[in-house]
Design a protein around this ligand. Structure first.
Ligand code: ADP
Ligand code: MG
Length: 340
């Protein structure tokens, strides 16, 4: 059973009619309808040994724990308002706590997102450090972006660049295959990377300090027909847009924005990192072609590049095309799934 089959089978119910849950399971955020405004709510869990290594730098970890939640708010086009922090700690390590809270609260302050509560407990003996954050954002009524809504003929867009976080994991070369770290469970390619000298630190920032695209999410309200944040890999997350929207997609591989560092790698590694790497926290979204200029303007407003990387098709499925329009075989590329 995959992670998403599990959720669908045991934890997916239709929102009660007339209740405040306007949108439930299936989007990056749930939506609570308060009448004069909508609240977008999301929760994400980070587990030591699963999402991060035991020696992860605590300030970066604090940043990332909140960033992945703000990224889900961004995907819903919601303005961050507050968050809740639940922690299970093996011990009260003051140096660790000082750095962790510093990293987390600096990002919170940058987005005007208040820490409004939480829970703190000690893990069972030998238990993994676990961080759970629930974040709350706000949109005008009806304005939240969602995964459903992509229509045939829409352009497919992505923000900034994808693939560097996955490249960092491989470059670090510290993750044993059996560790089962998210995205690191595939074979480590560190020793085979081209131009590895000094690259690690540059790409490492993409992995450790993702920048949630909050301003872009806000600018895309009323423009994007669907939106998701790329957390598990571009093709997998595109699959969620396809499934929720009942459409197919074509991705133009040459157009997929990648760093010069990633472009210097072998093609197969570029494909794996950019299309199935995960941990990018970029926004993947669709919009009708007549909104191209407006989408570009939204990117400019938000200070982040947006690139057209393909189109939505009526025919289901997903094809990745090379420069000649031939289909690239991507069957070996799988997105991260905790239970697959
Ligand atoms: P994201 O990657 O944006 O955090 P996921 O793809 O992990 O979201 O989750 C897909 C959907 O399933 C989301 O709407 C999420 O809220 C929901 N979901 C995940 N786990 C559970 C659960 N245990 N119970 C109810 N809903 C869940
Ligand atoms: Mg998400």
């Amino acid at each position: 059973m995959t992670e998403f089959e599990l959720i669908a089978r045991y934890f997916t119910r239709a929102p009660a009619a007339g209740g405040m849950v306007a949108r439930g399971v299936g989007d990056d955020c749930a939506v609570l309808d308060l009448g004069d405004r909508w609240l977008a709510v999301t929760t994400d869990l980070l587990v030591e040994g699963r999402h991060f290594l035991p020696d992860a730098e605590p300030e970066a970890l604090g940043h990332k724990a909140l960033a992945v939640n703000l990224s889900d708010l961004a995907a819903a086009g919601a303005a961050p308002r507050c968050f809740f922090l639940a922690l299970a700690l093996p011990r009260a390590d003051e140096a660790w706590l000082a750095a962790f809270s510093r990293g987390m609260l600096a990002l919170a302050d940058a987005h005007g997102c208040a820490l409004a509560g939480g829970d703190t407990t000690r893990t069972a003996e030998g238990g993994a450090l676990t961080i759970c954050i629930t974040a709350v954002g706000e949109t005008p009524p009806g304005a939240a972006l969602r995964r459903a809504g992509a229509g045939a003929g829409d352009d497919l867009w992505v923000s900034d660049e994808v693939g560097d976080a996955a490249l960092a994991l491989r470059a670090a070369s510290v993750i044993p295959a059996q560790a089962g770290i998210q995205n690191g469970s595939r074979e480590s390619l560190g020793s085979r990377l081209r131009g590895n000298d000094g690259m690690e630190e540059q790409v490492r920032q993409r992995l450790d300090r993702p920048q949630p695209r909050v301003a872009l999410g806000l600018a895309l309200r009323g423009l994007a027909s669907s939106c998701i944040d790329v957390s598990d890999g571009l093709l997998g997350d595109l699959g969620h847009i396809r499934a929720r929207s009942g459409v197919g997609a074509e991705v133009d591989w040459p157009a997929v924005p990648r760093s010069a560092r990633l472009r210097a790698q072998p093609e197969a590694l570029q494909l794996a990192c950019a299309l199935a790497g995960g941990d990018d926290y970029e926004l993947l979204f669709t919009a009708p072609p007549e909104r191209r200029a407006a989408v570009q303007a939204a990117g400019t407003t938000a200070g982040v590049a947006v690139t057209r990387i393909g189109r939505i098709t009526a025919q289901p499925g997903c094809r990745v095309l090379d420069a000649q329009g031939n289909t690239i075989d991507t069957t070996a590329l799988r997105s991260f799934d905790h239970f697959a």
